[in-house]
Ligand binder design. Sequence first.
Ligand code: FAD
Length: 261
Amino acid sequence: MKIVVCIKQVPDTTEIKIDPVKGTLIREGVPSIMNPDDKGGLEQALRFKDEFGAHVTVITMGPPQAEAILREAYAMGVDEAILLSDRKFGGADTLATSYTLAAALRNLEFDLLITGRQAIDGDTAQVGPQIAEHLDLPQVTYVEDAKLLGDKTLEVKKATETGYEILEVDMPCVLTILASGYEPRYMSISGIMETFERPITLWSSENISVDPEHIGLKGSPTRVMKSFTRGAKAKGTLYDEVTPEEAADIIVEKLREKFII
Ligand code: FAD
């Protein structure tokens, strides 16, 4: 079984502050981390490696410093790492990102492609499903667990708003993974010791088959018109010393006022 996991380096958004005047993110001094959903995806891939000896490759598109998360992935137990990096990829929106990643993935053989559900900086949850469309592969999103049934079929647990669904999907396919389903393993001591000796394959736009009109800023139809922080909410109404029955009546009344019920 060959698995490729797409991982993205993101700023640790728990450490990010917004510039109140410009409305932009203050990134200076903010540490970069592996996107949490991608770490969940990596854990799923490494479980298949533990169980069946699956071969796990990680790929990231980003600037040279994105190498750090590939080294972290090596220390967690992956077999191969690819950095897709080129100034021509800069300014990519989700469409250009997924187009470029899909082009790189055409160079690789795999049975299973795993992405995170969502990156904590861009937050769109579009890249995984878009890659599946570019490669014409079946996809299951919001996955919290996967098991192999036979040779070519996966049984997956897909989270929904009201609970979960158990689905079967044939490989090759794409799964987008939710961090909530997984407790990613720590890097091993031997993995940390060896990680800086492991090779990282570097691919630029020369190594993949892409139309220059569809990559980077040129290939990105999205325009961010304005970004701003949400204003403070109005103070709520406080009801003191009401019985549970009175509280229920008040809630029902408020919901009726807003035509929710
Ligand atoms: P999501 O769709 O939420 O990610 C889902 C999953 O897809 C991730 O969990 C991960 O597994 C995979 N994935 C996503 N991105 C990558 C990646 N790069 N490598 C590997 N796997 C990935 N960002 C920049 O870093 N530099 C820029 O110059 C830049 N310019 C932009 C310009 C515009 C106009 C816009 C709108 C956005 C720009 N961005 C840029 C943000 C960038 O487009 C998104 O971060 C990126 O496309 C991924 O979208 P997302 O973060 O919403 O990922």
